[in-house]
Design a protein around this ligand. Structure first.
Ligand SMILES: [Zn+2]
Length: 149
């Protein structure tokens, strides 16, 4: 029953004074402001965090862009069950995003070896199962891999 041990109060009361109430109140007020501002800002914060993680580089064409020219791409589209986690989101330029459309990354990349190479090089934070899907789809669909008869 050691987990029921009472906190050592009496001995510590003098050596560890309570934080000043003024400070605590300030911290609480600050936390409330952050919480109130957060919902609308979190989308933008997440975007910026992903852009920074990927070095503002589109994982498909491999070029770096200004944040205003970048979008977040779902490796596995939401309509196919993809989530909003960082492992499913990559930095993508507007033109690659248009080209990819609603396809999963592995379908898009199956016939685009150059972009696939970029993806495998730069989308390092992507879930391993999604990277594997990209590699597998390439093996199945890449005609240059077909043995010559
Ligand atoms: Zn691009």
């Amino acid at each position: 029953m050691s987990w029921t041990q009472p906190e050592p109060r009496a001995g510590n009361a003098r050596t560890q004074p309570e934080p000043r109430p003024g400070r605590a109140a300030e911290r609480l007020a600050g936390a409330r402001v952050v919480a109130a501002v957060r919902p609308p800002a979190s989308g933008a914060q997440k975007r910026d965090a992903i852009f920074q993680r990927d070095g503002h580089r589109c994982v498909y064409c491999g070029l770096q862009f200004d944040a205003s020219e970048l979008t977040l791409d779902h490796v596995e589209p939401r309509m196919r069950g993809g989530d909003q986690s960082g492992g499913n989101l990559v930095t993508c330029c507007e033109s690659c995003n248009r080209e990819k459309g609603g396809q999963p990354a592995w379908s898009f990349l199956a016939t685009r070896p150059a972009q696939r190479e970029n993806f495998l090089r730069y989308a390092t934070a992507t879930w391993p199962r999604l990277r594997r899907a990209v590699e597998q789809a390439a093996r199945v669909n890449n005609p240059t891999r077909r043995p010559k008869l």
